[in-house]
Ligand binder design. Structure first.
Ligand code: FES
Length: 69
């Protein structure tokens, strides 16, 4: 099984590359299209749980790189 890749974008969303199913707390799926999905982590999207670009409008700042190996 292929491993999903989740990239934490600087000052932006979580970007998931690969087929993914996003469900709510009841297990009901949100419509997802395409091979790349961006999940909001700024809390300001009008289309949660997905990123709609609002992080740029609100000036979301979070650049925390992973620890160096
Ligand atoms: S991270 Fe893009 S709208 Fe929240």
């Amino acid at each position: 099984m292929a491993e999903l890749k989740v990239t934490v974008r600087p000052n932006g969303p979580y970007v998931i590359q690969g087929p993914v199913q996003v469900v709510d707390w009841h297990g009901h799926p949100y419509p997802v299209s395409g091979p790349v999905t961006a999940l909001c982590r700024c809390g300001h999207s009008e289309n949660k749980p997905f990123c709609d670009g609002s992080h740029k409008r609100v000036g979301f700042q979070h650049e925390e790189p992973a620890p160096a190996e």
